[in-house]
Structure formats: structure tokens, C-alpha cells
Design a protein around this ligand. Structure first.
Ligand code: ADP
Length: 217
């Protein structure tokens, strides 16, 4: 279903988020205080506007209160990022996601009611580290300090075995959420579903248990 997003701040992060949301078929209003940045996104957004995200009147005039999701991607100007977040939450925007620059920025954003706080460099660094240490891990999402979801190539010894045969939950304490096979993805694998040799497993669990599973390959 088509959703309405507004992105405030069009640095590298804001531009990537806007462009991708627009490519995925959603409505995107892209806002920056700098006209050159706004011109960069004209063809990759539904609407774009020059405006100050810390000015309530500007935000209201742009119709920001009609958006369910707003992403604050103002980078280095932490004060502007915080003020913008405060205004958006005060105006009753349901979902405000904010890019944080530091631990202290994160703490204040949390108090201001930001619904999700993103640390793109940190998250990407973690993902890349996971790829570097294990060529078996294809993708990685950190859910908390302890839990993650990983995409991992099915090891050859699992070929033609069912989930029941493998008994992964009991042996490793992790759960297979999905099985990717070429372009298909089985999102509710059953006990008698078989794993094939080139499958990619989507697995959720404690990091220690995921590591044990990876090392058992
Ligand atoms: P990144 O690290 O993602 O490249 P930047 O700090 O380079 O982030 O970019 C932040 C963007 O936010 C810049 O394009 C800047 O013009 C914009 N910006 C800064 N302050 C405001 C504001 N008050 N309102 C709207 N946009 C702003």
C-alpha cells in the first residue's frame, strides 16, 4: 500500500532514504533548508521544498501534519535536529524517525519522543564487520545488544533435510523465520519443509546461539 513520507534534511542519508522510498512507489515530500539539495531530489521525490525544519509555520504550511511518517535526517546540526523532532512530536506526527549523531544526541531524542533513532554509520559498520568475519552471513539486522536476525547460506550437510530432522530450535535455541530459494521466499516454514543446498536461511536468535549455529557449518 502506498504510504506518505516526509524527509527533512537531504544530506547523503536523507537523499538515499527519499530516493529509495520513492523508487518503492511511495509518496515522498523532501525538504531541505538548502535549495541546491532540494534541486538534487526533484526527479526522485513526489514533492520537494526549500524550508527550515525548525520552523513550525513552515512545517505546517508544507502540510507535514498529513504525513504518518517523518524522517529527520538533519546531520551535523544537532540542535536543529532536536528542535525539529520536538516540533513534529508536538504536532502529533505518529511516527518520527531520526538520524542521531552521537550517544548524547540519541539520549535527548529518546526523551523528545522520537519513535526510532537511527545510527546509520554504526549500523552499517556492524553489518560490514559481520560480513568480514563470516562469508556465510549474507545480511544482518541487529534487534538489540543480544538478539539479531541473520541471513545465512544453508550449509551443504542440510541438503534435503527437513526442519524436523534438523531440530534447530532445540539444538541451537534459534528459529528459522524464512527460507529463500532463488526469487522465492517461504516465510512460514513448516516442520516437514526441506532445505536445499543453495537456500538462504533467515534466522533469529541470541547472538551467541547464532554464532554457534554458524560455526557448526
Ligand atoms: P549526511 O551525513 O547524511 O550527509 P549532512 O549533515 O551532510 O548529513 O546533511 C544534513 C542536511 O540537512 C543538509 O543538506 C542540510 O542542508 C540540511 N539541514 C540542516 N539544517 C536544516 C534545517 N533546519 N532544516 C532543513 N534542513 C536542514
Amino acid at each position: 500500500m502506498k504510504k506518505q513520507f516526509a524527509v527533512i534534511g537531504l544530506g547523503r542519508f536523507g537523499i538515499s532514504v527519499s530516493t529509495e522510498l520513492y523508487k518503492l512507489g511511495h509518496d515522498v515530500l523532501a525538504i531541505d533548508i538548502n535549495e541546491a539539495k532540494v534541486n538534487e531530489i526533484i526527479n526522485d521525490s513526489t514533492h520537494s521544498a526549500v524550508g527550515d525544519g525548525t520552523d513550525e509555520r513552515t512545517l505546517r504550511n508544507l502540510g507535514i501534519t498529513n504525513f504518518d511518517h517523518v524522517i529527520v535526517a538533519i546531520g551535523d546540526d544537532i540542535q536543529a535536529s532536536m528542535l525539529c523532532t520536538l516540533l513534529l512530536k508536538d504536532m502529533g506526527i505518529e511516527s518520527v524517525w531520526v538520524k542521531a549523531q552521537s550517544y548524547y544526541h540519541h539520549k535527548v531524542l529518546d526523551k523528545l519522543g522520537a519513535d526510532k533513532i537511527i545510527h546509520p554509520e554504526h549500523d552499517m559498520g556492524n553489518r560490514i564487520a559481520q560480513h568480514l568475519v563470516s562469508e556465510k552471513v549474507i545480511d544482518y539486522i541487529e534487534l538489540s545488544d543480544d538478539f539479531s536476525i541473520v541471513e545465512i547460506a544453508a550449509p551443504p550437510h542440510m541438503d534435503s533435510k527437513t526442519l524436523l530432522d534438523l531440530n534447530i530450535r532445540a539444538r541451537f535455541g534459534i528459529t528459522i523465520l524464512g527460507i529463500k530459494r532463488g526469487k522465492d521466499i517461504n516465510i512460514s516454514p513448516m516442520a516437514d519443509d526441506q532445505i536445499h543446498k543453495d537456500d538462504i536461511l533467515i534466522v533469529i536468535g541470541h547472538k551467541n546461539d547464532l554464532k554457534r549455529f554458524e560455526d557448526s557449518h
